[in-house]
Ligand binder design. Structure first.
Ligand code: FE2
Length: 257
């Protein structure tokens, strides 16, 4: 059995520093074998920089996934091409920097990780379902496959869960920054949760200072989204997976404050 820890969107300095302070001990005490972190909001004004990726790797990330903000920071483009374990969604055009699939070789077993972007209420990109099928062909020699679908709509994420049920080990959603309470094992043996939630300042609106978002809703005027500062929380999910069959045996939602 292997234990995977998937962590939801890391927001700003608060999120990155909290990961650094709690993840190493959590990995040890919980016996985590592999950790996937969605890091696309780690930088100021969203996106992620190479330095922040390095910080998440040092803190215990094995793979960093992203989403709609992945190309916000130009300094990430070459890093995305050079680093196999920082992903951009696989359904972006092939001409964009980076790749959407990677393989972590653990010796006894290989773990494939796929990053996808939703299309409902989001900027247009390629079809994530078609991209998932292509990715699975690339990962045919991996016994464990994990999928991060970075998407707004719960329906799109649940549909992807059932679409991939029995074909991958776990499907987890990211992007909304709010954890859902539907962690479960689908009938075919795939671990699933619609959204992992956020790692950042708890008293915030999705990581941003509430007063900014209130003003935006009140006036409909554009505003700069400054991240809130305050007590942090980490949201994620543990998936216990049989590395021989690739089936998920147990799912546990995690929130560390
Ligand atoms: Fe996002």
């Amino acid at each position: 059995m292997i234990r995977v820890f998937a962590i939801g969107d890391v927001v700003g300095k608060t999120g990155v520093e909290f990961i650094r302070s709690v993840l190493p001990a959590f990995r040890r005490t919980e016996g985590v074998d592999l950790c996937v972190i969605n890091g696309e909001n780690a930088a100021v004004s969203n996106g992620i920089t190479p330095d922040l990726c390095e910080e998440l790797f040092v803190s215990g990330a094995d793979v960093i996934t992203t989403g709609n903000h992945v190309f916000r920071r130009k300094e990430l483009y070459d890093y995305l091409d050079d680093n196999d374990f920082v992903l951009r969604p696989a359904n972006f055009p092939g001409s964009t920097p980076g790749k959407g699939v990677c393989i972590v070789d653990k010796g006894r077993y290989r773990v494939g990780v796929v990053n996808l972007l939703g299309t409902v209420y989001m900027e247009p990109v390629g079809n994530p379902f078609a991209a998932a099928e292509t990715a699975l062909r690339e990962l045919s020699d991996c016994s464990v496959i994990l999928v991060d679908l970075h998407a707004e709509a719960t329906s799109e994420k649940r549909a992807m869960g059932f679409f991939l049920d029995g074909k991958v080990s776990a499907v987890f959603g990211t992007h909304t920054h709010v954890p859902t309470a539907d962690e479960q094992i689908l009938p075919g043996g795939t671990g699933y949760i619609t959204d992992l939630g956020m790692t950042g300042t708890e008293q915030s609106v999705l990581g941003v200072k509430p007063e900014i978002i209130i003003e935006k809703f009140r006036t409909n005027m554009p505003a700069r989204f400054d991240f809130a500062e305050g007590d942090p929380m980490l949201c994620g999910c543990l998936f216990d997976i049989d590395e021989k069959t690739g089936t998920c045996q147990r799912v546990e939602r995690i929130c560390i404050r």
